[in-house]
Design a protein around this ligand. Sequence first.
Ligand SMILES: NC(=O)c1ccc[n+]([C@@H]2O[C@H](COP(=O)([O-])OP(=O)(O)OC[C@H]3O[C@@H](n4cnc5c(N)ncnc54)[C@H](OP(=O)(O)O)[C@@H]3O)[C@@H](O)[C@H]2O)c1
Length: 374
Amino acid sequence: MTTQSNHAIWLTMKSGALEIRPAPYTPPRGGEIVIRNKAVAINPADWMTISVGSVFFPWLKYPFILGSDVAGEVVEVGAGVTRFKAGDRVLGHALGSEKSRNNPAEGAFQTYTVISERMASPIPDSMAYERAAALPLGLSTAASALFQKDQLALQLPTSNARPTGKTVLIWGGSTSVGSNAIQLAAAAGYEVITTTSPKNFASAKALGAALVFDYQSPTTHADIVAAFCSRSIAGAFSIGVGSARCCLDIITECRGEKSLVMATPSVSFTGAPSGFRRAMWLTRIMTRMIVSTVSLLIRARLRGIRAKFVWGSSLAENELGQIIYENFLPRALASESYVAAPDPLLAGHGLAAIPTALQIQEHGVSAKKVVVTL
Ligand SMILES: NC(=O)c1ccc[n+]([C@@H]2O[C@H](COP(=O)([O-])OP(=O)(O)OC[C@H]3O[C@@H](n4cnc5c(N)ncnc54)[C@H](OP(=O)(O)O)[C@@H]3O)[C@@H](O)[C@H]2O)c1
């Protein structure tokens, strides 16, 4: 049993302040490991939990420790853990904010995080922690969307997948989720058509996309439909505000699987005002979200298209978590057939850099993962 001194950046109350304070060091239970974090990454869910946590994570008990992405060194393993030992270099998807956990000891933004063994992977010696930290939530969300039986249910990724002859549409290929989705779909034997800004065409192709289109071009819809003329669609994964509607319209005109998985709500939650204006802002934005989502789901149903949202941590509750983090990722990283993308954007060192890192991510990044080293 290790006794370590732990510190965390705590979200003190719902929509409250962030404060650096000591946190208990929590030893691992059976099937868990404790990681001494060397780098953590920021996701939209982190700043959204601060501004609108009451909507997406109503169950959280405060004070709480946010964060999903960690990379670091294993310091302790729980009963029954055989894949890891103290000193191993790993990445892990921290599940603290999940309804089934609701546990600050499993949040990323602290020195020591408890991680489920099945949501961790060893990383090669050559991979920097700040690169590895870019992967977990993006990877988990992409994998859940593409492979879960209740989502696109694609064939699983392997080290030598045979081409399926089918094409997946991934809208938002330069996002963190999209960068993983491109690589996973390609590793599962699918051709990938994706969208990014023109400056990110080359990086999307380097990750495995066959064709890349500018999502802001007035001809995007026609161009992608034309590309699908000679192809069979295996489904679409929409990432980015407004992307679900675009994908729905494209699927309608394509031959193949009439299936859409959505990562992003139909409205943007950036720039929440503080104080009493927040409640009014939230009511307005929630009304717009509900109306546009219901209208999209009705439209999908009328066109015979299955449309569903993905929950990025859902693979932790089924066999897919183990398939990705234990069977697929370690070998794919070791052989460099899978890379940690997007590239890290270092926002600083230490827990004190996390508020700035959250602001950078909320203001918007282009093909970058905001990372803080610890
Ligand atoms: N459902 C879940 O469980 C879950 C989990 C994780 C993330 N998400 C959601 O998934 C989305 C992506 O998250 P992330 O962390 O991967 O994002 P991110 O890396 O912060 O996304 C930044 C990228 O978004 C791209 N982008 C912005 N608007 C776009 C649009 N309309 N169409 C296509 N690309 C667009 C930009 O592309 P360019 O720079 O090329 O223009 C930029 O590279 C967010 O909405 C997030 O909330 C959902």
